[in-house]
Design a protein around this ligand. Structure first.
Ligand SMILES: [Fe+2]
Ligand SMILES: [Fe+2]
Length: 144
């Protein structure tokens, strides 16, 4: 598995999350490279479908972990996950109907969304785990 563009600044010191984030970003980079290489619409649709499934699997695993640890900001986090999946599906459908020019913008959007989400909400969850709040449901301040 390549981890192109995966930098230490995105590491949350949570091995499972870091591994999955690295794999997703590598797949997003591969999608971007396929766009740049002028891949066919069928290939881009296939790659995008796989990317959406990868994000969905990661979000499911993350939400299960959050629920099991009593993370107090679970619901807004789930909302963010759902919004991304919804937007990616809409764009995939647009791609399927012929708007191939959307691909560049989509690749950039996915990459930027993922980095911001990892540095923001996911980092808050990692901090929650590191502070030993897991399982207690104790309150913590957000975004520190
Ligand atoms: Fe997340
Ligand atoms: Fe995540």
């Amino acid at each position: 598995m390549t981890q192109s563009g995966w930098g230490d600044n995105l590491s949350l010191s949570e091995p499972q999350m870091d591994r999955e984030h690295g794999a997703l970003l590598a797949e997003a980079d591969e999608f971007s490279a396929a766009v740049d290489a002028g891949a066919s619409r069928a290939e881009l649709e296939m790659r995008l479908t796989r990317l959406i499934e990868g994000f969905q699997d990661h979000f499911d695993a993350e939400e299960i972990l959050m629920r099991s640890r009593g993370f107090p900001w679970l619901e807004p986090h789930i909302d963010e996950h759902r919004k991304l999946i919804g937007q990616m599906r809409e764009l995939r459908d647009a791609l399927g109907s012929g708007s191939i020019k959307l691909c560049d913008a989509l690749a950039l959007f996915v990459r930027m969304w993922a980095e911001q989400h990892i540095k923001g909400p996911d980092a808050s969850f990692a901090q929650f785990l590191h502070q030993g709040n897991a399982g207690s449901g104790a309150a913590m301040s957000c975004g520190q």
